[in-house]
Design a protein around this ligand. Structure first.
Ligand code: SAM
Length: 284
C-alpha cells in the first residue's frame, strides 16, 4: 500500500469503510515530496524519541518508525486508532494512544523521554496544541509540524506586522521559528480549503526568564494583546490583578526598559517583553 498515492489512499479508505471527518481535520498527506521534507527537517536519528499527534493512516508514522528510536502517536479517532493498532501490531518501538491531544499532559510525555514532535496537525486544534507545547514543562527540543498557512505566518511574524501577536511572542520566546515550505491543498486528500505550511521550531538553549517570570510573561502578553490597539502604558494600568502599580510607576518602568510609553503590543519584540517582565517582577 502506497500512502502517498491518491488512488491507493482512496481505495484504502473505501476498503476500511472510512469517511474522513472535516471536524477532526482528517486531510491525509498524499505527497511524497512534502513527506520527505518533513522527515528531513526533523533530522531524525535512532537516538530520537518522537511524538506524533494525529497519525491518521500512518503515512508519517511509518517514516518516523524507520528513522527514529521510538514513536508515541496520539490519535483521537477510535476507528483510525483501531486501524493503526492492527497495521502496526508487530512494531515494538511504537506506542499508540487513543486520546484527544488536548487532554494529554504534554510535559509528562516530554519528561518520559520524547525530544521531538513531528506531526501534520489537525487544523481546528493546531494552534492550541502548539500553545500546550510552548507552555509545557519541559518543552520539546524540536517541533516540526504542518499547520494552516495563516498560523505559520503568525508563528514566524516579526514586530510591527499585522500577523505579530501572542502566538508569535510565545513561540519565539522559546524557539527559533522557521517557515520551511508552503503546501498546496492538492497535497492532501480530501483537499482542504486552505493552504498549509511546514514550520520548524528549534528550542533555544535557555528560556530568558525564571519559572515565576515565565508565568507572568504568558499571562501579561495574553492580556496586553487583548488590547492590541491600545498604548502599552494605559493597558498595563488595566490589569490590577497582575500589576499593582500606579500609572507613574508603570511610566518609570517603561522608561527604564527603553520602551516608548506610546508603543502598542505589536511593536514590542521578544527581548523587550522579557525585560519588561523582569522589571515588573523585580524583587518578587
Ligand atoms: N498524520 C496523518 C497524515 O499526515 O496523513 C493525518 C493528519 S490529519 C491532518 C490530522 C489527524 O489528527 C487525523 O488523523 C485526526 O483524526 C487526528 N486528530 C484530530 N484532532 C485530534 C486531537 N484533538 N487529538 C489527537 N488527534 C487528533
Amino acid at each position: 500500500m502506497n500512502l502517498t498515492s491518491p488512488s491507493h489512499v482512496r481505495a484504502l479508505l473505501d476498503d476500511i469503510g472510512f469517511k474522513p471527518s472535516k471536524l477532526l481535520g482528517q486531510n491525509f498527506l498524499i505527497d511524497r515530496n512534502i513527506l520527505d521534507i518533513i522527515i528531513k527537517t526533523a533530522g531524525l536519528t535512532s537516538a530520537d524519541h518522537v511524538l506524533e499527534i494525529g497519525p491518521g493512516l500512518g503515512v508519517v508514522t511509518q517514516q518516523l518508525l524507520d528513522k527514529a528510536g521510538s514513536v508515541i502517536a496520539v490519535e483521537k479517532d477510535k476507528r483510525l486508532f483501531a486501524y493503526l493498532q492492527e497495521k502496526f501490531k508487530d512494531v515494538p518501538n511504537l506506542r499508540l494512544i487513543n486520546a484527544d491531544m488536548l487532554d494529554v499532559d504534554t510535559g509528562e510525555l516530554i519528561e518520559s523521554g520524547v525530544q521531538k514532535v513531528v506531526s501534520n496537525l489537525p487544523y481546528s486544534v493546531g494552534s492550541r496544541i502548539l500553545v500546550d507545547m510552548m507552555m509545557a514543562e519541559p518543552n520539546p527540543e524540536l517541533i516540526v509540524v504542518t499547520v494552516q498557512f495563516e498560523v505559520a505566518r503568525r508563528l514566524a511574524a516579526q514586530p510591527d506586522s499585522k500577523e505579530y501577536g501572542v502566538l508569535s511572542v510565545w513561540a519565539q520566546a522559546g524557539y527559533d521559528v522557521e517557515m520551511v515550505k508552503s503546501i498546496s491543498p492538492g497535497c492532501f486528500w480530501p483537499k482542504p480549503e486552505v493552504t498549509s505550511a511546514i514550520v520548524c521550531m528549534k528550542k533555544h538553549d535557555h528560556f530568558p526568564l525564571t519559572c515565576m517570570q515565565k508565568k507572568v510573561f504568558f499571562s501579561l502578553t495574553k492580556k496586553m494583546f487583548a488590547y492590541r490597539r491600545k498604548q502599552l502604558a494605559s493597558s498595563l494600568g488595566r490589569v490590577p490583578d497582575l500589576i499593582k502599580m500606579s500609572q507613574k510607576e508603570i511610566g518609570a518602568i517603561l522608561e527604564n526598559t527603553g520602551i516608548d510609553a506610546k508603543s502598542r503590543p505589536e511593536n514590542i519584540g521578544i527581548a523587550k517583553w522579557c525585560e519588561l517582565v523582569k522589571a515588573l517582577t523585580y524583587g518578587k
